[in-house]
Design a protein around this ligand. Structure first.
Ligand code: PLP
Length: 452
């Protein structure tokens, strides 16, 4: 930090302040974690200065032998950890990984009259002038993923994301009573919509997915099964999700972030069967530019850590702690979407406390409890204010908290939500994040958070 301060002190100050914030509050955002010191250190080094567009042993730049080593080791760990036929570790983020996956599937599967007319093998061989026709052909392709308010991600076909613009899309929701995926309805919808790609995976669904059922549905309609395991990759890696809950044996292509429950550096990776490996390998130049070699190195380190029995114990503790948190919240009167959890996150319906998700998020933050507001199914308050907060256990489990600690966390959360009074705008709309908190409650809760 002293070196950084000598160049730009505002940045060293922000880094120091971030460390203090992360130490002094309860980090309960379901997509966050604490990477190990080895992983953190691997992110900041001279590998960052090297250009290496291309693939292992086939680069568009000279002198890439060390990057080849880094990428090979990371891919080897990814393949062996997940039992995948092929791994591509270049994507810079989860969104990049999903885009690489989508374009790989389009490349491998779309029978294009334009391509046939041109006699070209892949879209990479096309001239610029052919793109108009091709875009129209690809735009007719269909993707079917979970809707945002049921817990899906923007990249699963949301209209304001490129996935919703690249494809015709139809989303599936969850059963209005149980909040669970209704696989029979999903099959019926898929028969009608006939997607090229069926997407399974989520950002805010507090349950496990049956990937054997997803495979059956994909097969019944001739779709490619693409799984986005960004949120639960750590639970797959740690062998908490096995059998039908492990997507790898069932999916054609799997993408993930590396920084959530997997506890690695910020980034993404794609796993695929042999059928799709060549197409995924073309992520650069199709979607990506030069890989971030330092980040691939950090992925290798984190993936090596994830292959240890210590990581398996960690992953089990993440799930056990989520259970303890859900039990503690329910016992204290909170309503949870789906009635509980069997993964790493819970979704509290904040309307039972008379609060929007945004009010709840702000009241909790003021009290040292960091969560994020999140839509719930059929959300009455829309995607900005929302009616829920999403709470995850991966980060605090990394800090060593156990089931008893999470029961105390549940007590703190319900205490704050009960002590928060909404202030409704005169328009009758949910209003900005206005609320009042019982005197001293925020300070008392923050003191408990710091102790934990
Ligand atoms: N996929 C899922 C399911 C996610 O939850 C997220 C991030 O929240 C992403 C993809 C995108 O990851 P990133 O933010 O690294 O682009």
């Amino acid at each position: 930090l002293t070196v950084i301060a000598s160049v730009e002190p505002r940045i060293s100050d922000a880094i120091r302040a971030e460390l203090a914030d992360q130490r002094g509050s309860l980090k309960l955002i379901a997509s966050e974690n604490y990477a190990s010191l080895a992983t953190l250190l691997t992110m900041g080094n001279w590998l960052s200065d090297k250009y290496a567009e291309g693939t292992i042993g086939h680069r568009f730049y000279a002198g890439c032998q060390n990057v080849d080593t880094v990428e090979s080791v990371a891919a080897e760990h990814a393949r062996e950890l997940f039992g995948a036929e092929y791994a591509y570790v270049q994507p810079h983020s989860g969104i990049d990984a999903n885009l690489v996956a989508y374009w790989a599937i389009l490349n491998a599967k779309v029978e294009s009259p334009t391509l046939q007319r041109l006699g070209a093998k892949t879209v990479n061989d096309l001239a610029e002038s052919d793109w108009e026709d091709l875009r129209a052909e690809f735009n007719r392709q269909r993707v079917m993923g979970m809707s945002l308010d049921a817990g899906g991600h923007l990249t699963h076909g949301f209209r304001h994301n490129i996935s919703g613009k690249m494809f015709a899309q139809h989303s599936y929701g969850t059963d209005p009573e149980s909040g669970l995926i209704d696989y029979d309805k999903l099959l019926a919808d898929a028969r009608e919509f006939k997607p090229l790609i069926l997407v399974a995976g989520y950002s805010a669904y507090p349950r496990r997915v049956n990937f054997a059922r997803m495979r059956e549905i994909a097969d019944a309609v001739g779709a490619v099964l693409f799984v986005d395991m960004a949120h639960f990759a750590g639970l797959v890696a740690g062998k908490v999700f096995t059998g039908e809950e492990n997507p790898i044996p069932y999916a054609d292509v799997v993408a993930t972030t590396t920084h959530k429950s997997l506890r690695g550096p910020r980034g993404g990776l794609v796993l695929a069967t042999k059928e799709f490996s060549d197409a995924v390998d073309k992520g650069c130049p199709m979607v990506l530019g030069g890989p971030l070699s330092n980040m691939m190195a950090a992925k290798a380190v984190a993936l090596a850590e994830a292959r240890t029995t210590a990581f398996q114990s960690y992953a089990q503790a993440v799930a056990d702690n989520a259970q303890a948190l859900a039990d503690g919240l329910l016992r204290r009167g909170a309503r949870l979407v789906t009635g509980g959890t069997d993964n790493h996150l819970v979704l509290i319906d904040t309307t039972t406390f008379g609060l929007t998700g945004r009010q709840a998020e702000s009241a909790l933050l003021e009290s040292g409890v960091v969560t994020n507001r999140n839509s719930i199914p059929a959300d009455p308050n829309g995607a900005w204010y929302t009616s829920g907060v999403r709470i995850g256990t991966p980060a605090l489990t990394s800090r060593g908290l156990g089931a008893d600690d999470f029961d105390e966390v549940a007590d703190m959360i319900v205490g704050v939500l009960t002590g928060a009074e909404p202030v409704t705008a005169s328009t009758g709309k949910p209003g900005k994040a206005k609320y009042t908190l019982t005197d001293g409650l925020a300070d008392r809760t923050r003191a408990r958070a710091e102790e934990l």
